[in-house]
Design a protein around this ligand. Sequence first.
Ligand code: SF4
Length: 203
Amino acid sequence: MSENVDKYIKRKVYKGTNSRIADKFVDAGLEKIRACINCGTCSGSCPSGRRTAYVTRSVIRRALTGDESVLEDIDIWLCSTCYYCYERCPRDIPVTDMIIKLRNIAVEEGHILDAHFGLANKIFWVTGHGVPANGEANKKWQDLRESYGLPPLPPTVHMHPEAVQECQELMKSVGFRKLMDDIEIIKAKEKEEAEKQEKSEEK
Ligand code: SF4
């Protein structure tokens, strides 16, 4: 890390720079978030921001100043991880890695979109793939692979289904299974509370 960047990291630019979220970035080795001068180059470079209301600079600022609502904001899922912002940042801040870290923090705290949760909790856990290519339902992918001279299935758990259990053991050992179970409980509670609220409004 250059001496200059180190100086900016130590400088407290905003009140609340040492927010709980910013501290998690620091713990993950992403302390460069503190060097952000809020110039907006990331937002100006962002192809997702051109098509949606997503503003990279604002998301990073909210994380930096401890605005916890950013963890529940659907905008953090609009980044396509293209890395334009990272390439252009004048402070050499790994903006894309920060957005990914922000998503990790959000998920750890139970904020995950239903579609993503279904994919992680069911499809990924059961098949070992985020986008399965095996089975009759996915024949089009197998045909496509073959049209490029590849075997119909990739040399992963698809070709070695006996390894799925081993993958699940790995997922358990890194806490993935427990995280999914915890989120399932949070989601069930949220659903129960929403139903109660709906009933009380009907009365
Ligand atoms: Fe935008 Fe994400 Fe690409 Fe950065 S990595 S420019 S935030 S889409």
